[in-house]
Design a protein around this ligand. Structure first.
Ligand SMILES: *[C@@H]1O[C@H](CO)[C@@H](O)[C@H](O)[C@H]1NC(C)=O
Ligand SMILES: *[C@@H]1O[C@H](CO)[C@@H](O)[C@H](O)[C@H]1NC(C)=O
Length: 202
């Protein structure tokens, strides 16, 4: 009896191994501009298990050892994203598998339509993220105080710039010509002396 149980168990394990499928997918990646496809991975998980599958340099990946059941599938990448969503549901059947789009925050329809291209994502669906964008400059500009106001009233910026230059002028000139400040002081002294009422004549 126990031997039979063990046999049945072994048979189940064996058939599970056979039904476990090799699922192949591909992201059509532009070869230029992508740092390293291996930085991206596909995360497949169910309630009790999580697997990570890295991409090769052609953007291909292979999900192995998945038994029949439903899985959450997510693309994890710093370098690119998918135009529609990075989240999918993968349903593995005995004789194949289906992939469904899974947009977070939107309830799945009662009759979801599987993707015809399954896990093959064509170039027009792949969005490469670029970090060295003109956006970076705007990020730095946003750090300038009152940038929002200045953007609305550029003249205010010009006036403030002129005021800053005038305020800094003595420092700047002093830096360029150290004797200048001294001469300014002397000149100011002279003006002050001239303004003094002349001593009363006797
Ligand atoms: C989760 O997936 C693993 C790997 O395919 C499988 O062995 C396990 O039975 C699954 N668990 C559930 C709760 O479906
Ligand atoms: C996905 O691409 C692979 C290889 O690029 C191919 O073998 C497979 O048939 C494709 N599957 C679908 C559903 O288009």
């Amino acid at each position: 009896m126990t031997t039979l149980n063990i046999l049945i168990y072994a048979l189940c394990l064996f058939s599970a191994q056979i039904t476990a499928q090799r699922i192949i997918g591909k992201f059509e990646l532009p070869q230029a501009g992508l740092a390293d496809p291996a930085r991206a991975f596909v995360r497949v998980s169910n309630a009790t298990w999580t697997g990570h599958y890295h991409l090769n340099r052609h953007g291909e990946f292979s999900l192995t050892g998945l038994s029949v059941g439903e899985y959450d599938l997510a693309l994890n990448s710093l370098d690119f994203a998918l135009a529609s969503t990075n989240f999918y549901t993968l349903a593995v059947h005995d004789d194949g598998y289906d992939v469904y789009q899974n947009v977070p925050g939107i309830l799945a329809s009662n009759t979801p339509v599987p993707l015809a291209s399954k896990l093959n994502f064509s170039a027009e669906n792949v969005r490469v993220k670029r970090f060295a964008d003109p956006d970076q400059t705007s990020g730095i500009l946003e750090m300038i105080p009152f940038w929002g106001v200045l953007k609305q009233y550029p003249m205010l910026g010009v006036v403030m710039g002129v005021m800053v230059v005038i305020a800094l002028m003595p420092t700047i000139v002093g830096f360029i010509d150290p004797e200048f400040s001294e001469r300014v002081l002397q000149a100011q002294q002279q003006v002050a002396d001239n303004r003094k009422p002349a001593p009363p004549k006797q």
